[in-house]
Design a binder for this molecule. Structure first.
Ligand code: HEM
Length: 527
């Protein structure tokens, strides 16, 4: 009897304390919300429509974010939040768990232009990003803002400003190796796995003048280390409030493994006298990215940080885009046939593409543009608000105020598929949700409505390099294979967005050379 009354008393006490705690938190959040409201009004602007403005709704929303990230559905969920807003208000919205540090989700071209270009000084990756990524990227271009970013950009720019013959030779060698790994007719292969190895080899060769050769050695230590470092880095980033609790032994070991590959090349390069580096800079075929940075700095740590950043930037992006391109093309035999016709007409079945030839291949360019529209490698892009500022609101309405400490999620994929930004569907313009390279024959996107490489001063430094690399690979595939067959459930594919958006289920296909017969048991899902 005594025991049960004690139990009931302690239960009542715990419940009361819990209730008091939740009440205090709720009031605190409400007060912070009110404080932000007052500041926003004082600045003469407005808030974005609120998706979740109190503790309960924001907790539910964060739960949904976690659940959707886990189910490879985060980007679609993000877009659905905007689609569910009232008509005419579907381009941006905000939420906040604590009442301050709001998150703005936007697919509004005018806002994106302000964030990335016209008002860029108010935005950046921010100090939290820098801190969380520091063990991996150090002070490399991807991790920094302000002067450090300016210096980084100046350091890496020279290697991207002109078409280099050396790059074509790298694309040729690595793509030939890739082709040699694709099995003969009827055998299923996961192209995504091959593309990730191909881009690792291409990027390391470009950066260091030697590659990890992961196409020959899939179990390569550096390749595995890259996977581990990126996977744990993503956890650290997404779960940043509890980042100190995440075990990091594997993370540091993986970073060390990558450094062990990079460091000897840096040491060798730093041993080259400056005068010899100047001479090398005139020899296109022998001058690597590493040589180029060593002309700017002799500090091995600065060089290491830039190499890590460009490795991260250049590897997954092209691999994911090529995976999506082949995923889409495997479902549309007529498009593959058209691509192959263009390539064979211009280059024959074995001709090696030059820069000029690649620029003339309009259909190849349209396929890449369309792939990057429907599957941008960075479907969501993040920015921190570094100083309080106002960005455009809806036409004719006051601007939207962002306070220092807020953050912005640019929903690039949401913008690329938002029908209101497109011409009406017609014979020459397919529904924006459908893969249709043909639309590019009659249409040019309005400024800031198509931004797979971002825009403004921080636009992708490797855009030209990436487009040439991918066009080269597509040409070689089209020269060799007459048809592709998807081996799996095409419609079940999902977008996994661990920073870079990649096909979650891989791209399992069979490719056929001329004369080999497609296996008719495998049906396609849409035409
Ligand atoms: C399909 C291929 C690619 C896509 C879609 C892509 C996209 C992007 C995007 C969206 C950004 C901006 C990131 C941000 O705002 O935080 C970016 C930045 C960057 N990209 Fe790419 N990228 C690709 C390939 C490459 C390649 C191959 C390289 C180098 C070899 C590269 C080097 C860089 C660098 C250095 C930056 C940082 C620029 C800066 O902050 O100033 N990218 N890229």
């Amino acid at each position: 009897m005594l025991l049960s009354s004690l139990q009931s008393a302690s239960f009542t006490m715990v419940a009361s304390v819990g209730l008091a705690f939740v009440t205090i938190l709720t009031v605190l959040v409400w007060l912070r919300h009110l404080a932000s409201d007052i500041r926003i009004r004082k600045l003469g602007g407005v808030r974005a429509p609120i998706l979740a403005g109190n503790l309960l709704s924001a907790s539910k929303l964060y739960y949904e974010i976690g659940r959707n990230q886990y189910n490879n559905n985060l980007v679609a969920w993000c877009t659905a939040q905007l689609d569910n807003l009232p008509p005419g208000k579907r381009t941006f919205a905000e939420f906040s768990l604590t009442g301050s540090k709001r998150v703005l989700i936007t697919r509004d071209p005018e806002q994106i232009k302000a964030i990335l270009a016209t008002n860029i000084s108010s935005f950046g990756h921010g100090s939290m990003w820098h801190k969380l990524w520091r063990p991996f990227l150090g002070d490399g271009i991807f991790a920094v803002d302000g002067q450090l970013w300016h210096d980084s950009r100046a350091m890496i720019k020279p290697m991207f400003v002109r078409d280099r013959l050396r790059n074509l030779a790298i694309f040729d060698a690595c793509t030939n190796k890739l082709l040699s790994k694709i099995p003969s007719a009827g055998v299923t292969v996961d192209l995504k796995d091959l593309f990730y190895r191909w881009s690792m080899d291409t990027t390391t060769e470009f950066l260091l003048g030697e590659n990890v050769n992961s196409l020959d050695f899939p179990d390569n230590d550096v390749l595995n280390a890259m996977h581990v470092a990126q996977r744990i880095q993503m956890f650290i980033f997404v779960l940043n409030p509890i980042a100190p609790l995440i075990p990091k032994g594997d993370y540091y070991r993986a970073i060390r493994k990558i450094e062990e590959f990079i460091e000897p090349a840096i040491t060798r390069t730093l041993a080259i006298p400056q005068a010899r580096l100047e001479e090398l800079s005139k020899l296109d075929m022998e001058f690597s990215f590493l040589h180029s940075i060593a002309r700017y700095t002799r500090d091995p740590k600065v060089i290491r940080d830039q190499i890590m950043s460009v490795l991260l930037a250049g590897r997954d992006t092209t691999a994911a885009t090529m995976s999506w391109a082949m995923y889409e093309l495997s479902n549309y035999p007529k498009l593959w046939a058209r691509l192959r016709r263009e390539v064979i007409n211009e280059l024959g079945s074995h001709g090696t593409p030059t820069y000029e030839a690649l620029k003339d291949l309009t259909y190849v360019k349209n396929i890449l543009n369309e792939t990057l529209r429907l599957h941008p490698a960075a479907p969501l892009n993040m920015r921190s608000v570094l100083e309080t500022t106002t960005i455009p609101g809806r036409p004719g309405e006051p601007g939207v105020v962002l306070l220092k400490g807020d953050s912005v999620t640019i929903n690039t994929l949401g913008m690329h598929t938002y029908a209101d930004l497109y011409p009406p569907v017609s014979d020459t313009f397919a529904d924006p949700r459908i893969f249709s390279p043909e639309r590019w024959e009659h249409w040019t996107p309005k400024p800031w409505t198509y931004a797979p490489f971002s825009g403004g001063p921080r636009i992708c430094a490797g855009q030209n390099f990436a487009l040439t690399e991918m066009a080269f690979c597509l040409v070689r595939l089209a020269q060799r294979f007459e048809s592709i067959e998807y081996r799996g459930d095409w419609a079940a594919q999902r977008l996994r967005a661990d920073i870079i958006g990649t096909p979650a289920l891989g791209v399992h296909v069979a490719l056929y050379e001329p004369g080999e017969k497609p296996d008719l048991r495998f049906k396609r899902y849409a035409h």
